[in-house]
Design a protein around this ligand. Structure first.
Ligand code: MN
Ligand code: MN
Length: 474
């Protein structure tokens, strides 16, 4: 090798491909890890189902519910079926700060409207009206099989869990797109973002009218039949739908992708990939005694700005840390809580956009995430001049890189797109309001926010390893 080449190798930064760099054993582990992940994606398609999955998982791993009056060092708390906070108490006092990984468990989707059911005047079909949630490209949701998930609270207060469209014998639902033959005025002449009108996104719900031997003419017979069927199956009446949370998501399971099966295709990986990897990392890390207390926080409502009492802006996580202080025999007054937060270190665990070979032009390749090159460390997000961004401090950023290097984690840096190309944000800036050190860290995806997002098993596994290192080493 020439001297200049040796120097270049020694002095310059180059991201490394996981598959090239890793041992056979590590490559096998990446594949194995993805099996559990796919099964998780199939069971956890909504925020509530994700909470339910982890509740069962934590129970079977001997975690105790916070406040249940025991002295366990493995604690968790569920809030409103949509948030989970999980802790493993470390050796040091909690007031010396905790290591927290926060991700979100909501994903873009299409909700039913509160008063959804209608008998269409023109076609006589039973339809359900919808209102989308989060940043979707509406055209992707047309003419694709959808499953209906959610909860209905009956007048008695009884909660009914709904999941229709995932079992092979279940029916699915569809919002039929317009045929190309007649799309000239309705769609082709419009901008892509305007071609699908939200109010036209109606699901075909049923088509058979209520049939009666005694009555010749039944009014609204198709709608009536839909109500009768739902009443028979769930014991509900139409008014029960008015308060329900019913979510349409792509029907079907996560799949391997690529001839080498190196990738996973599935719905809702933003951000359940970080939820899954952070919980698994915590379980692994806790097999050894931890120096600092580790916390995983799974939040809802990130896709609509972390709003509401189940979003990351709520006091839930702060209340959880205050309770932890108390259960650990430490003061949990306002001052001690503030000091704890100021000494806390947070990974805002969210996905980033990998460079898409179909649209390389929106990225600046040296500062973008490359699929298969490991977990991404994202110093800042935001848009325009880093607006609405948490801009992590160089000291904390360097510390994260240092510990990842020590444990030979495949990592890379990644920012979201070219400057002024667009942009976006994460939970990081809300967490930073507590005064803690915060940095974004997670895998890149292709086709983020589409029906089927693509991740690389290398990045999935590297993210798990990175989070484990964060809990063990910081
Ligand atoms: Mn996200
Ligand atoms: Mn998102």
């Amino acid at each position: 090798m020439k001297k200049s080449e040796t120097l270049l190798k020694k002095l310059s930064y180059e991201r490394k491909n996981f598959w090239q760099k890793s041992s056979k054993k590590e490559r096998e582990r990446a594949f194995e890890f993805a099996e559990g992940y796919k099964s998780f994606l199939d069971q956890a398609k909504t925020e509530r189902e994700t909470v339910s999955f982890f509740n069962d998982f934590l129970q079977s791993n001997n975690f105790q519910i916070m406040g249940s009056g025991n002295s366990s060092k493995h604690l968790y708390k569920v809030a409103r079926d949509k948030n989970v906070a999980i802790a493993v108490i470390g050796e040091k006092p909690i007031s010396e700060g905790v290591n927290l990984i926060v991700s979100h468990i909501d994903a873009p989707r299409v909700d039913l409207k509160q008063n959804p059911l209608e008998e269409d005047a023109t076609t006589g079909l039973g339809i359900m009206k919808t209102h989308y949630y989060g940043g979707i490209k509406k055209y992707q949701w047309m003419s694709t099989p959808l499953a209906l998930h959610g909860v209905i609270i009956k007048k008695s207060g009884e909660l009914i869990r709904i999941s229709i469209g995932e079992d092979k014998d279940d029916p699915v639902f569809i919002m039929p797109d317009l045929l190309p033959h007649l799309s000239q005025k309705e769609q082709y002449s419009k901008k892509i973002g305007e071609a699908i009108v939200a109010e036209h996104m109606k699901v075909i719900f049923n088509s058979i009218p209520y049939l009666s031997d005694e009555e010749e003419e039944v009014k609204n017979a198709v709608k009536l039949n839909a109500l009768v069927l739902m009443n028979e199956k769930y014991g509900i009446v139409e008014e029960d739908l008015l308060s329900a949370e019913l979510e349409l998501v792509p029907a079907g399971k996560a799949r391997d992708a690529g001839i080498d099966k190196s990738m996973v295709l599935g719905y809702g990986q933003d951000d359940r990939i970080c939820a899954y990897t952070s919980v698994m990392a915590m379980i692994e890390a806790a097999k050894k005694d931890l120096d600092r207390t580790a916390i995983v926080f799974l939040a809802d409502k990130e896709e609509i700005g972390s709003e509401s009492n189940t979003g990351a802006k709520s006091i839930f996580i702060i209340d959880f840390i205050a309770d932890l202080l108390k259960s650990n025999g430490e003061k949990n007054d306002s001052e001690n809580l503030r000091k704890t937060l100021l000494k806390t270190q947070i990974l805002s665990a969210d996905v980033n956009a990998g460079i898409n070979p179909n649209y390389p032009g929106v990225h600046e390749k040296d500062n973008a995430v490359h699929i298969g090159y490991g977990v991404s460390i994202t110093k800042y997000t935001g848009s325009r001049g880093k607006s609405s961004s948490n801009d992590a401090n160089a000291e904390f950023n360097a510390k994260i890189i240092r510990i990842f290097n020590e444990d030979k984690i495949n990592w890379q840096i990644g920012t979201l797109g070219k400057v002024d190309e667009g942009g976006g944000g994460t939970i990081a800036k809300f967490m930073a309001e507590y005064g803690a050190e915060v940095i974004d860290c997670g895998p890149g995806l292709l086709g983020m926010h589409s029906l089927y997002e693509l991740c690389n098993k290398a990045d999935l596994y590297s993210t798990f390893k990175a989070y484990r290192t964060f809990f063990q080493k910081t």
